[in-house]
Design a protein. Structure first.
Length: 321
């Protein structure tokens, strides 16, 4: 018996080791990291051109080159031609025109696939950017440069907002306010929600869209950073993290059973105001005479997110007073 189990074990081990990957997998949009790295180098190539060196570029693009020195990429020793391609033919042509436009990479003129290919030649494997391949923004033909500023001193002086670094470090990521306004420029629904009376402080730049969403994409649905919405919310609202002795079923299910995610006309960002919210699932009070139906059920049921205090009639009625 044991011998046979062992034999089966070896058989399956060998099967896993030697079976080639399913052919369909390679064709998936995401691809394997190795494949990604190989694919993108071609987007930085300019046939027949040679490297000229950044000093040459500075001769004609003086202001731009000066500004670039204070940029995030310059700090990383990334030089002009690593993004714009080898420059010798561009220089020989004396600049940029309709005829000579293939001799330098202009992010303006190149298709999104080509332009992004340049960035991805270095970034395809980094944790977040990898999500790009499964994201809605890629599918919408957006360019990395729609959201990232490469040249000059980036406005993201407040880089500390994003990664806890000392302020003043140049970033290729804009300031939080700038990021938000950029997102809201296209997302009209959230733009309106941000102005509702009760909202996450997006407009105030106390938080950014990218606190909850990965702007590059992801598999979590709605580009969210975490697939479990409650984990996402509780990351900042830890006071409602259970376990409570008595859980309120909808709370453990999803915060969004009662709350909006961006903004709402109702107090506490509730998706429906009280008491209608509660009456979606509960009938109005059984003994209305002694317990008047006031506008807020939580005037009495104040521990609505969960409680450790039992009720006389069993369970908890979420009254912690
Ligand atoms: C002999 C002068 C000269 C040199 C040297 C030169 N350029 Fe240019 N470049 C121009 C001119 C002129 C234009 C067209 C006008 C403009 O956009 O500034 C241009 C345009 C460009 C553009 C396209 C801008 C657009 O419209 O999108 C890029 C990118 C560029 N240059 C990069 C470089 C890089 C990188 C180097 C160094 C390898 C370089 N240039 C060296 C003169 C030069
Ligand atoms: C990390 C990649 C990267 C590096 C490095 C880089 N650029 Fe650029 N460059 C870009 C992108 C992206 C754009 C398009 C900007 C936009 O659309 O807002 C651009 C735009 C330009 C333009 C045209 C835009 C304009 O404002 O006229 C020129 C010219 C240029 N770059 C030259 C240079 C020179 C010279 C260097 C080196 C000093 C350099 N670039 C380094 C990515 C890069
Ligand atoms: C819709 C806007 C948007 C687009 C498009 C976009 N990004 Fe970003 N990117 C951001 C924001 C916002 C951040 C800051 C993320 C954060 O706060 O977690 C960021 C962060 C990054 C970072 C730093 C990640 C880190 O580890 O902190 C890199 C690298 C990056 N982006 C590269 C790219 C590349 C390459 C592309 C194109 C393939 C791209 N981005 C397209 C908005 C965008
Ligand atoms: C030659 C390689 C190379 C290319 C090409 C390149 N980058 Fe980067 N980039 C880097 C390195 C190295 C860093 C610093 C390490 C990191 O954050 O991954 C960086 C950092 C970044 C960051 C984070 C900066 C920050 O503020 O912390 C962003 C955003 C970014 N790159 C966007 C882009 C975009 C957009 C493009 C295309 C226009 C691009 N990069 C092209 C090498 C490159
Ligand atoms: C506190 C976390 C959080 C913040 C901050 C946040 N979102 Fe969301 N967002 C969510 C959640 C959760 C969902 C999915 C449920 C839903 O649709 O409300 C979502 C859904 C979305 C959707 C897809 C659904 C739809 O209605 O189109 C878009 C687009 C979106 N958010 C954009 C944004 C933008 C733009 C910002 C910044 C202005 C932002 N979000 C800030 C949590 C957040
Ligand atoms: C240039 C316009 C544009 C900008 C800028 C932009 N988006 Fe989008 N975004 C779109 C479009 C178009 C879609 C796809 C249609 C849709 O779902 O609304 C989309 C989709 C989304 C989705 C929904 C994904 C899904 O699964 O349905 C989220 C979330 C999102 N964007 C967040 C952001 C955030 C956060 C930013 C800023 C960092 C941002 N967007 C910047 C145009 C933009
Ligand atoms: C990145 C941190 C962060 C995340 C993640 C987050 N929040 Fe918030 N939330 C805040 C901040 C900051 C405030 C404003 C608090 C204040 O003004 O005192 C807030 C306020 C609220 C409020 C009170 C609004 C009001 O008008 O009184 C509710 C309700 C709320 N969040 C629910 C949620 C839900 C549901 C989620 C998950 C979809 C979530 N939060 C995710 C940071 C976050
Ligand atoms: C059954 C509906 C319901 C669910 C589900 C729910 N809440 Fe609430 N939440 C409320 C009500 C009602 C209030 C207002 C309480 C009051 O009136 O005192 C509230 C208030 C809040 C507030 C603002 C009050 C404060 O402390 O600043 C936050 C933040 C909050 N909820 C977060 C969450 C989070 C996070 C989740 C998911 C773990 C969640 N809620 C799930 C009903 C709910
Ligand atoms: C999405 C549906 C839903 C919403 C909205 C909801 N509840 Fe509940 N509630 C439940 C479920 C399910 C239970 C557990 C089953 C039960 O005992 O009725 C429960 C249990 C309770 C209990 C304990 C009942 C008992 O007999 O022990 C009280 C009290 C309660 N909810 C009050 C509220 C109040 C007040 C609100 C509004 C702020 C509210 N609920 C919103 C679904 C909901
Ligand atoms: C004046 C205080 C008060 C208000 C307001 C109030 N309740 Fe209650 N509720 C109670 C008390 C007290 C109990 C009984 C507690 C016990 O049995 O220990 C109770 C019990 C309940 C129960 C348990 C099942 C039942 O019928 O006994 C539910 C469900 C409930 N309330 C829902 C609501 C909803 C929904 C609202 C708003 C429409 C609301 N309550 C408003 C005080 C209140």
């Amino acid at each position: 018996m044991r011998g046979r189990a062992l034999l089966l074990f070896f058989f399956f081990s060998a099967w896993f080791l030697f079976t080639p990957p399913l052919p369909g997998k390679d064709k998936s949009k995401a691809g394997s990291p190795r494949k990604i790295a190989q694919d993108f180098s071609k987007f930085v190539e300019i046939p027949g051109a040679e490297m000229a060196g950044a000093e040459q570029c500075a001769a004609c693009h003086a202001d731009l080159s000066k500004g670039f020195r204070r940029s995030a990429h310059a700090m990383q020793k990334v030089a002009c031609e690593q993004c714009h391609g080898a420059g010798s033919l561009h220089i020989a042509a004396g600049g940029y025109s309709t005829e000579s436009k293939d001799k330098i990479i202009s992010f303006r003129d190149r298709s999104p696939e080509q332009a992004n290919g340049v960035c991805l030649s270095c970034h395809a494997k980094s944790d977040h950017v990898r999500n790009w391949f499964s994201g809605a923004h890629q599918a919408q033909d957006m360019k990395c440069s729609d959201c990232h500023t490469i040249h000059g001193e980036t406005r993201g002086k407040t880089g500390s907002e994003f990664r806890g670094e000392a302020a003043g470090i140049p970033r290729a990521i804009e300031s939080r306010r700038q990021v938000n306004e950029n997102c809201l420029r296209c997302h009209q629904k959230q733009n309106a929600e941000a102005d509702l009376p009760y909202h996450h402080p997006i407009r105030e730049a106390k938080m950014s869209c990218s606190d909850c969403h990965d702007p590059h994409g992801g598999s979590a649905g709605n580009n969210l950073k975490l697939s479990n919405t409650n984990d996402l919310c509780l990351g900042c609202h830890a006071e409602y993290q259970g376990p409570f002795t008595f859980q309120h079923a909808p709370v453990t299910e999803s915060c969004l059973k009662c709350h909006s995610s961006h903004g709402s006309p109702n107090q506490n960002m509730l998706s429906v105001s009280q008491p209608a919210l509660c009456l979606q699932c509960h009938s109005a009070h059984h003994n209305g005479a002694s317990l008047p139906l006031v506008d807020r059920c939580t005037n009495c049921h104040n521990a609505i997110h969960g409680s450790d205090i039992p009720s006389a009639t069993g369970g908890s009625k979420f009254i912690d007073k």
